[in-house]
Design a protein around this ligand. Sequence first.
Ligand code: FAD
Length: 453
Amino acid sequence: MYRSLIRTSARQLASACPVAARGFAAHATPQPFNWEDPLNAQSLFTEEELAISETAEAYCQERMLPRVLDAYRAEHFDKKILEEMGELGLLGATIDGYGCAGVSNVASGLITKAVERVDSGYRSGMSVQSSLVMGGIDEFGTQEQKDMFLPGMAKGKILGAFGLTEPNHGSDPGAMETTAKPHPTKKGYLSLSGSKTWITNSPIADVLLVWAKHHETGKIRGYLVERSECPPGTLETPAIKNKNGLRASLTGMIHLDECPVPEANMFPDVEGLRGPFTCLNSARYGIAWGITGALEDCISRARTYALDRKQFKNNPIAKYQLVQKKLADATTDAAFGTLACVQVGRLKDKGEAAPEMISMIKRQNCDRALWNARILQEIFGGNAVSDEYGIGRHVANLFVTQTYEGQSDIHSKFLRLLPNVLLEADIWKVLFSAELLREYRPLCRRKKTYTGV
Ligand SMILES: Cc1cc2nc3c(=O)[nH]c(=O)nc-3n(C[C@H](O)[C@H](O)[C@H](O)COP(=O)(O)OP(=O)(O)OC[C@H]3O[C@@H](n4cnc5c(N)ncnc54)[C@H](O)[C@@H]3O)c2cc1C
């Protein structure tokens, strides 16, 4: 019944509009299917974006990939990698000027994806440098701060770290304890005291963007702490060793003990959580892109393995439908995740991306990547336990990506559709700035009209 209707429609279309019918017929011909890009995301990219993606992929596969296994085993981050990225213009890529490339948000996402296809730890090092620190300085810094830091950071010669999380305050950074007070002896200086933990790049960073509460207002402000200017004993950045994920990136603490920081190193205007969360929004957008690269690498490795490995009557295990389903689920999620990133990236370029959109893609892509990677790991049987197959490394890394920059459950609060969510104002503050919250107030008031809350 349906078939005849479709044939009739095609015939009617052919007589009414021969050109359109030819187009219809052409589309009816099965198109080749590319398992590496199932929904043809490539067709959505500009030539420039494709060229940038090719450059980034070539560098990452040829120069980074051969180093990652040793780096992961030794829990070592080679800071030359950031210099190499700088030479290629991959750092702070969306920033205009200061030696940065000034590319679209989609192009920057493609760079992130290429890096994370190799390892989430390398992408973390890059994201902190590009989105969290360079992005923060570009958005909120004075002209002097931009001139002082951005050109060196774009080249990967000055390394950055972003200190928000504290030992007692992770998901709720608004409750942070780190303070900035007038320095008791140095005029024109503030004295920073407090501790930050789980800080990517902190052991090697030259400049640390530390968020601390200002003594006069109690509001959170951003301070650029230059390691070379800190007197001995005022700044310590010990590494956190023996991690079981993200081992190819360096993570550490930041201890500040009456550390003198020039007032000129404070971001001049931004107050409250808007500062850190604006930086985090960009970085979370990058994570949403990046993990699709890690998941695609898991798919590619699992597919190759399934085609090679033979069990039961010498059949490749790829022949069995249970194995195929695992690959189909993962491939679908990677493709959907990529399209969502492209859409949000295009909106971001137009200034139309809401923070909730970024929460949504960060959460969804991270959750799906972790879930699928864990399932794909099963395809390797016992060999999954060997680090040489790479899948276990991605699984361990993807747990971290689901946890940092807002743990997945915390991001679920972005929905704001359910009455009980409307009551959790503290969680909102976790995700959004005071300015954004002001926009939500009418919605908060409306919650009174719900029943049973
Ligand atoms: C390798 C690595 C690198 C990192 N790099 C950086 C960095 O460069 N800079 C930086 O500032 N931070 C960094 N972090 C810190 C990271 O952002 C935090 O770990 C993350 O925000 C979670 O905070 P937490 O670990 O204190 O967990 P907690 O806040 O203690 O949360 C623990 C669990 O409780 C849940 N939970 C908490 N509150 C609620 C609630 N109200 N409702 C429901 N569930 C809740 C969370 O979802 C989570 O599952 C990094 C972390 C890691 C592991």
